[in-house]
Design a protein around this ligand. Structure first.
Ligand SMILES: [Zn+2]
Length: 85
């Protein structure tokens, strides 16, 4: 993995350019805003804003709407058939 331009401080969500990157990992990072220096408390920009998660949320909402509409339509169609016959 290539060295990112900056990291995201998970403590204050600031962009941190002062860090040491080696072998695809964060070796040392210091946030100038909040003083955080724990490498586990920094995230790569691409991991901090995952677009896939937003798409998953939309899918769950759509499934719930479909189930509600299906139940209502099913009951209505049964009633109409009984009246016609
Ligand atoms: Zn910070």
């Amino acid at each position: 993995m290539a060295r990112p331009d900056y990291l995201i401080c998970l403590e204050c969500e600031s962009e941190v350019e002062d860090f040491i990157w080696r072998d695809g990992e964060i070796r040392r990072a210091t946030c100038e805003v909040c003083g955080n220096s724990d490498v586990d408390a920094f995230s790569l920009p691409e991991e901090f804003e995952p677009e896939d998660d937003e798409e998953d949320v939309d899918d769950e909402q759509t499934e719930e709407d479909d189930l509600e509409e299906y139940d209502e339509e099913d009951e209505d169609s049964e009633d109409e058939e009984d009246e016609e016959r």
